[in-house]
Design a protein around this ligand. Structure first.
Ligand code: SF4
Length: 302
């Protein structure tokens, strides 16, 4: 079992409408064992990535996919290199994730060494974010303190069954289409593995992100994770789902449809796609020039 604190268990993964129906036999090309039975579904030969329109090389992360499911135009902005600015919250989250992974891989971090460990982790992977924020070393202290508070909560997570942290998967299921994602932690689970995503804020809508990870795992490993979970270390909220062959196939179709739409937009020289306003508009780098986003922000901040 994946030993995580129990909490509210929400419904199954949020999924989106399938796209094209022609399929390439990606799993077979990678040589996965045909018909391997994992987590209740026979996969291997069966899961395949749908055919997509040819065009611009695209790198599809879970973040891009989630962004697209919320607002296609913001996703197109990312493809054109327009990203949200770095924030202290995102930096704090990044540092907390590195601390969590270090705990899982090396064991508990003593309070007397916590600050030193944070500085090591910043030096290893977060210096660009630190530079973008322009934080002076003296301004780091409150951030380290907040990460320390999160770490105390994180330690309540039982380590039993831990298998791996920061599992990066990258694959090219169609020409010029790279899928990539970094799974925070993998735990042994009854009959398979549980993929876990730590959150340092609220859970919001995590179904699409977890669905993307489940699809990525299935395409790369030729097996289904038995469960996917998101756990907010800050609030204790928890979301879990049991991926099925149908759900990962649907996610693959949705990702493929997104690829085709983004490529067609690039081919046609379009710099706009459908705009869907929502709470995410507050953090959108296109907000200043978006009437839909402005209307959404007026409503959500009223
Ligand atoms: S501000 Fe909102 S509606 Fe406008 S592009 Fe950004 S996310 Fe979409």
């Amino acid at each position: 079992m994946c030993r995580l604190p129990t909490g509210s268990c929400l419904s199954s993964l949020r999924q989106h409408q399938p796209g094209g129906t022609e399929r390439s036999s990606y799993a077979t090309e990678r040589g996965h064992t045909p018909g391997r039975r994992v987590g209740g579904d026979t996969i291997g030969l069966v899961l395949s990535f749908p055919r997509v329109a040819p065009g611009k090389a695209l790198s599809i992360s879970a973040t891009l996919y989630v962004t697209f499911t919320r607002c296609p135009d913001q996703a197109l902005g990312r493809v054109h290199g327009v990203y949200p600015e770095e924030t202290i919250a995102s930096f704090r989250g990044g540092l907390a994730h590195r601390v969590f992974a270090r705990h899982l891989e090396r064991g508990p971090i003593g309070s007397d060494e916590f600050e030193k460990v944070c500085r090591e982790e910043i030096g290893t992977g977060l210096n660009p974010s630190l530079g973008a924020l322009g934080l002076r070393p003296s301004q780091l202290a409150p951030v380290v303190k907040e990460v320390g508070d999160l770490y105390q909560r994180f330690k309540a997570v039982i380590r039993e069954g831990f298998r791996d942290a920061d599992v990066f998967i990258e694959l090219e299921p169609a020409a010029g289409v790279t899928l990539r994602g970094s799974i925070d932690a993998v735990f042994d689970d009854a009959g398979g593995v549980c993929l876990v995503d730590w959150k340092t804020g609220g859970l919001h809508e995590t179904g699409s992100q977890l669905g993307f990870y489940a699809m990525l795992w299935a395409l790369d490993r030729g097996e289904l994770p038995t469960r996917v979970e998101a756990l907010s270390i800050a609030s204790g909220e928890r979301f879990e789902a049991e991926p099925s062959l149908a759900s990962v196939t649907e996610t693959a179709a949705s990702v493929a449809a997104m690829v085709t739409m983004l490529r067609r937009a690039a081919d046609e020289g379009r710099d706009e796609l459908e705009r869907i306003g929502g709470p995410w508009c507050s953090f959108c780098p296109l907000l200043d020039s978006c009437t839909e986003g402005a209307a959404a922000v007026r409503i959500t901040t009223a």
